[in-house]
Design a protein around this ligand. Structure first.
Ligand SMILES: NC(=O)c1ccc[n+]([C@@H]2O[C@H](COP(=O)([O-])OP(=O)(O)OC[C@H]3O[C@@H](n4cnc5c(N)ncnc54)[C@H](O)[C@@H]3O)[C@@H](O)[C@H]2O)c1
Ligand SMILES: [Zn+2]
Length: 350
């Protein structure tokens, strides 16, 4: 599919075996450019080189390496190897890699083009579409970055076959979010195909990635700079961030998002914003996909609530969240896509 943005457009290719298109796409879209592949060490060890012959720069895997130090190391290496303005960066890996490679491309010699080749479920359905690139800092995640749209995105579901199970599943929570915020039919499809998805059936995964990319693309095309409707993609994330903090990141991001979606929707139901049944519907999907739907036993509930209140202090006393009106439809508050969120009500569902 084609994604339009302020200054042009790009194709997102979702196809089993699509990785084989990479050399041809490079020749077609960047005929003179010298490619450099950026990937993390885990993906480099688990998968064949996506572009034999091209130099490959690696960094240690993991969110804690999505930082300026790694960006500095990568850009220094490119400078040392004489990469000029006719360079095209290929980001090959999970969301950490595509965020980092995209940010290298956004800043190298004031900007060179890049191609995203996501290899995790989360990166395929979420991180690789929308043009947000960047790194984390001590003050928080993704605080230094740039909007820099890729020139092509290649999602090849075959590359998921080496992804560890927990990473595989967490991306499915973001896909569930896409269904919940804008596409009830997609939700029905996920439920009907949950076993095939969980078993990593290629046809099912191709369809899942395609539909999620369509959902995310529709939203980012409407709100490229994240000043309006893009907020709906944060559904579930207000509670998820508190859960991640309170559990010291023992819950993965996707697991926290799934639980967050259920809990935020229960609160929305209790607030009279959302039709009853939506939270149960989300929980059914997550369960079918083997994802948790409640805060695990042994987690300190008070700490989760306290983490929500830290958030509250940061935002002038009232927490706003993107809430559902029913499964597949977001609630709106006039022009706004977020609503004040009643944290007190959350306590009953924790
Ligand atoms: N730019 C955006 O719009 C956007 C959206 C959502 C998330 N993100 C970012 O994405 C990141 C999370 O992405 P992630 O969950 O993919 O993390 P990740 O890149 O760390 O990948 C998870 C783990 O899986 C490994 N891996 C990836 N693909 C593999 C494969 N095919 N085979 C074997 N191992 C593989 C990685 O080495 C890593 O250890 C976060 O930093 C988040 O901020 C960005
Ligand atoms: Zn998320």
């Amino acid at each position: 599919m084609i994604i339009r943005h302020e200054t042009g457009n790009y194709a997102v290719i979702v196809r089993s075996g699509g990785l084989a298109d990479l050399p041809g796409l490079l020749a077609e879209r960047h005929p003179r450019a010298r490619p450099v592949v950026i990937t993390d060490a885990t993906v480099a060890a688990a998968r064949p080189h996506p572009l034999p012959g091209a130099p490959c720069l690696t960094f240690p895997a993991g969110e804690r390496h999505k930082v300026r130090k790694t960006w500095a190391m990568l850009t220094d290496q490119m400078l040392a190897e004489g990469f000029d303005r006719d360079t095209v960066v290929v980001g090959f890996g999970g969301g950490v890699t595509t965020d980092l490679a995209g940010f290298v491309a956004a800043t190298y010699l004031r900007g060179v083009p890049w191609i995203a080749v996501p290899t995790s479920t989360l990166a395929m359905v979420d991180a690789s579409v929308g043009g947000k690139t960047g790194v984390d800092t001590a003050a928080g995640k993704n605080l230094v970055g740039a909007f820099h749209q890729p020139s092509t995105v290649i999602c090849d579901p075959d590359t998921l076959d080496t992804l560890p199970e927990r990473n595989f599943r967490e991306g499915l929570a973001e896909a569930t979010k896409h269904a919940a915020v804008m596409d009830a039919g997609y939700g029905e499809w996920i439920l009907a195909h949950a076993d095939a998805i969980a078993a990593r059936d290629t046809a099912a995964l191709t369809q899942l990635v395609r539909r999620s990319v369509e959902c995310k693309a529709a939203i980012v095309m409407e709100d490229e700079r994240d000043s309006g409707r893009r907020a709906v993609l944060n559904a579930g994330h207000t509670v998820a961030h508190a859960l991640e903090l309170a559990t010291e990141f023992t819950l993965s991001h996707g697991e926290a998002v799934g639980i967050g979606l259920v809990l935020e929707t229960r609160v929305a139901e209790a607030m009279g914003i959302c039709r009853h049944g939506a939270a149960d519907q989300i929980a059914r999907l997550l369960t079918a996909l083997r994802l948790p739907v409640a805060v695990p036993a042994g987690i300190d509930r008070a700490r989760c609530l306290a983490a929500m209140h830290v958030d509250k202090k940061n935002r002038g006393g009232v927490i706003h969240a993107a809430l559902l009106a029913s499964f597949g439809i977001m609630a709106r508050d006039g022009e706004a896509w977020t609503q004040p969120f009643d944290v007190e009500k959350l306590q009953a569902f924790l």
